[in-house]
Structure formats: structure tokens, C-alpha cells
Design a protein around this ligand. Structure first.
Ligand code: 6PG
Length: 476
């Protein structure tokens, strides 16, 4: 019998994705470099649907109906190239290879171009939702040709998460668009997590609350506008007690945050495209800083302010302010993420529908949140806002939050609690709304030491001042 789709690479993500296809009534060919994994999958989960196990690459390819749809779920980087090199010679024009790993979008562009030459479709596809999402319904962000989406889309939509009956899967755009958008998703994920971590830190160190109390606060926040998967699991993690010590789990975990690289890619790409993603960048740097043991040890004795705890009444008010600061900073992080999507779309000619990105992130993915309905609405209208901050709904939320937001950043600063995510977000907000920026002085300095020239506010053209001479100005 012929399989509609094949999955090669049966580590946990690949295995769960294959099971998800099978559970939705698709016949799935399964293959793994070491065949024991393939056999285990069929032995353990064969009853869930129709699997066609294949031990060799040739058998795997032969098991697929044409045009073939082949999903590779291996480690990003060299292993992905190796698997492509193994399968591409066995395929025929019109066949499709989908890469469901966290590949860098530039790699996806390169692979897509190379396979297109051979008449093959290469679909770089972002998949979010972790192990559980892969099995029960992830958010799916496929790139590649529109033609390949016509063949792959219905299968992917069938296994994706659904929100109000709509699949959390949509064709993002050609070549690397899907992996680009997945990368930005992860950058935003970093920012969300950093803002949550700062909120926790402030509630703990400024308001003086214990982790289980903070868990209750997050649980409550999760019933309001912050309703999201990450807020929900924050309450779970904070309420958890370590079995060995009996104390809060969060106190026993080493405070060094790791990263696999997608957040860093987001910032690197933003630097290349000239997009200020300061909130996301602070999140990446905060993780990086946390891992520098030696640096932290060397600075351990540096003085900070006296740190009195707040009065309980003030603590309650402070908690409300932190909610406002968190929400406002979150708006900024998403505004920066969407700006980057827009810039990438323009640079690479992808024509990404920004409302659709918000729509498919409402379910299945790590940053799924009620909030994304509003972003979808903001980009769904006649005229897209230049920045999310200027969307009337978000502008009003920022107006209402700004005093609380400033108070939280000021309190954190005064009491010596680092809040880089909150501060960077607020600085971005204030910089964008400023009538004049001191960039004029930066231009003056550049002109002074390097004759780099400047423009004027009152006339067109470029100018240079003769700093070493009579300080006369001349057109450059
Ligand atoms: C997802 C996640 C997933 C991965 C994170 C972890 O969307 O399902 O983002 O892709 O677990 O990227 O990334 P770090 O290890 O860099 O935190």
C-alpha cells in the first residue's frame, strides 16, 4: 500500500509528528537511520493508525505515493544536508521534501534553490509546540512554493492545532519564509520568557512574595488579558516543590539559562536588516549573562542599594503595576517581532500576511495567547498599522499602562533589581514617541571626527561643517 506522507528521523519530534499524521487517518511511511527506532514506533504505536515501516531509504521512497511527500525531522545543520543528499537522488521531479526542524532560513533558501534546480520542491517548515504539540496539534509554518502547499497543506492543516475551528497552519511564503517566521516566533518566545522572569523576580524581591504566592498571581493573570500558555506554565513551575529538598523547585534550579540559538539568530538577522528588536535582544543577552559564572563571581561584591521590602499594601499595588508593565512590554516585544517579519518579507520578496501569522500562533505554539487575536485584528483591517504600538487598541493599552510601567522600571532601578526587558521596552516606546532624538548629536560627532556629513531639518541635501577651520558649512 502507498503512503500519503513519509517521516524520516524518528526522534521524539519526528515520532510524534508521524503518529499525529496516522491518528488523522493518513497512511504514513516511517524511516530512521537506525531501524530499531522504526520497529519500536510500529510495535508501540502501530495500533494508532496506518504505518508503513521502511528500513532502507529506497524502500521508504518506494512506499510513497506520487508526487512524494517526504518529511525530514533531523537535527538542523549538517545532519539535514546529509539526509537531503541521501534522498534527493532517489526522488523525481515534482516530489517534495519538507524540513520540519529549526533550520536557519538562509540554509533553507540555499537548499530550496539547489533542489529547485533538480525539479524538487523543498519546504522549510517551522513547527512549534514541543513534543506534545507535535503529537496533539502544533502550529505549523510552511514556506516553499505555492504549488507544494497545495499538495502538503491539507495534510499539515489536518494535524495542526485548531482555534475556533481554524487550523493553525498557513502557507507563509516562498523558500525560507516559514523558517524565518518560526525564528521570529522563537525570538518573541525568548522575550516573553524574560519578561515573565523579570515579573517573578520583582514580585519576589520587591514585593517579598514566596513562589507559591507568585504562582497564584500568575494563575490569576492567566484569566485576564495575559491569558497564554507561558503564563499558565509559569504558575505550574512556581508552585512546584522539589522532591529532594521540599523547597521551591525554582530555588534549586541553577540560574544559568541555556539556548539552542534561534533567539540569537533573530537578533543577528534583525541587526542585518536594521530592525531594532531591543526587547528580544535583551532577552538573549540576559540568558548569556546568566551563564557567565566567572564574570558574576567577580562582580558579586559590588555595592547595590539598601533593599527594603515594600509595605504589604504597597506590595498589592506593586503587583498590579507589574501586570501593567508586563503587558506593555509584551506589546513592545511583539511590535518588534512583527516589524522584523515585515522587514524580512520585504527584503526577500515573501509577501508575508502578518494577520495570518498572528492567526496561526493562536494555538499549538509556545507563545499561544489570547493576545494574538488582537494582533490579527490589527493587521486584518484595511490599512495595516506601521507599528503595532500605533494600533488604536494597543495604543490605548499603552496609555493606560504607562504610569505603572514607569513606576515598575523606576522601582527596579532604585532597588537594584535588574529588569532589562522592561527597561528596554519602555525605552523603545519613549524613543519612538520622542519628537527629537539625540541622534542629531551623534550625527554632529560623526561629522566632526570623520566628515561623515549630516542632513538638515530645514533644507534638502547633505552637509559638512569645517570643524578644524572656520566652522563654515558647505554642501557635501
Ligand atoms: C517551539 C520551541 C522549540 C524549542 C525552543 C527552545 O516553538 O516549539 O520554540 O523550537 O524548544 O526553540 O529553544 P532554546 O533552547 O533556544 O530556549
Amino acid at each position: 500500500r502507498q503512503a500519503q506522507i513519509g517521516v524520516t528521523g524518528l526522534a521524539v519530534m519526528g515520532r510524534n509528528l508521524a503518529r499525529n499524521f496516522a491518528r488523522h487517518g493518513h497512511t504514513v511511511a516511517v524511516h530512521n537511520r537506525t531501524a530499531t527506532r522504526t520497529r519500536e514506533l510500529v510495535a508501540e504505536f502501530g495500533h494508532e493508525g496506518d504505518f508503513v515501516p521502511a528500513e532502507s531509504a529506497r524502500d521508504f521512497v518506494a512506499a510513497l505515493e506520487r508526487p512524494r511527500r517526504l518529511v525530514i525531522m533531523v537535527k538542523a545543520g549538517a545532519p539535514t544536508d546529509a539526509v537531503i543528499d541521501e534522498f534527493a537522488p532517489l526522488l523525481e521531479p515534482g516530489d517534495m521534501i519538507m524540513d520540519g526542524g529549526n533550520a536557519h532560513f538562509e540554509d533553507t533558501r540555499r537548499r530550496e534553490a539547489a533542489l529547485r534546480e533538480r525539479g524538487l520542491h523543498f519546504v522549510g517548515c517551522g513547527i512549534s509546540g514541543g513534543e506534545e504539540g507535535a503529537l496533539l496539534g502544533p502550529s505549523i509554518m510552511p514556506g516553499g512554493s505555492a504549488e507544494s502547499y497545495r499538495a502538503l497543506g491539507p495534510l499539515l492543516e489536518s494535524i495542526s492545532a485548531k482555534v475556533d475551528g481554524e487550523p493553525c497552519c498557513a502557507h507563509i511564503g516562498p523558500d525560507g519564509a516559514g523558517h524565518f517566521v518560526k525564528m521570529v516566533h522563537n525570538g518573541i518566545e525568548y522575550a516573553d520568557m524574560q519578561l515573565i522572569a523579570e515579573s517573578y523576580d520583582l514580585l519576589r524581591r520587591v514585593a517579598g512574595y514566596a513562589p507559591d504566592r507568585i504562582a497564584d498571581i500568575f494563575r490569576k493573570w492567566n484569566t485576564g488579558r495575559l491569558d497564554s500558555y507561558l503564563i499558565e506554565i509559569t504558575a505550574e513551575v512556581l508552585a512546584h516543590n522539589d522532591a529532594a529538598t521540599g523547597g521551591p523547585f525554582v530555588d534549586i534550579v541553577a540560574d544559568r539559562a541555556e539556548q539552542k540559538g534561534t533567539g540569537r539568530w533573530t537578533v543577528q538577522t534583525a541587526l542585518d536588516l536594521g530592525v531594532p528588536v531591543s526587547g528580544i535582544a535583551e532577552a538573549v543577552f540576559a540568558r548569556s549573562l546568566s551563564g557567565h559564572n566567572e564574570l558574576r563571581a567577580a562582580a558579586r561584591e559590588l555595592p547595590g542599594p539598601e533593599r527594603p521590602e515594600l509595605h504589604p499594601d504597597d506590595a498589592a499595588r506593586f503587583t498590579e503595576n507589574v501586570e501593567q508593565a508586563l503587558y506593555a512590554s509584551k506589546i513592545v516585544a511583539y511590535a518588534q517581532g512583527w516589524h522584523l517579519i515585515q522587514a524580512g518579507s520585504k527584503e526577500y520578496g515573501w509577501d508575508i500576511d502578518r494577520a495570518s501569522v498572528a492567526a496561526i500562533w493562536r494555538g499549538g505554539c509556545i507563545i499561544r495567547a489570547r493576545f494574538l487575536d488582537e494582533i490579527r485584528a490589527a493587521y486584518g483591517g484595511e490599512r495595516a498599522p506601521v507599528t503595532l504600538l500605533a494600533d488604536p487598541g494597543f495604543a490605548e493599552a499603552l496609555r493606560a499602562a504607562q504610569n505603572a510601567w514607569r513606576h515598575v522600571v523606576a522601582t527596579a532601578t532604585e532597588l537594584g533589581v535588574p529588569a532589562p526587558g522592561f527597561s528596554a521596552a519602555l525605552a523603545y516606546y519613549d524613543a519612538l514617541r520622542a519628537g527629537r532624538l539625540p541622534a542629531s548629536l551623534v550625527q554632529g560627532l560623526r561629522d566632526y571626527f570623520g566628515a561623515h556629513t549630516y542632513e538638515r531639518t530645514d533644507r534638502d541635501g547633505s552637509f559638512h561643517t569645517l570643524w578644524g577651520d572656520d566652522r563654515g558649512e558647505r554642501p557635501a
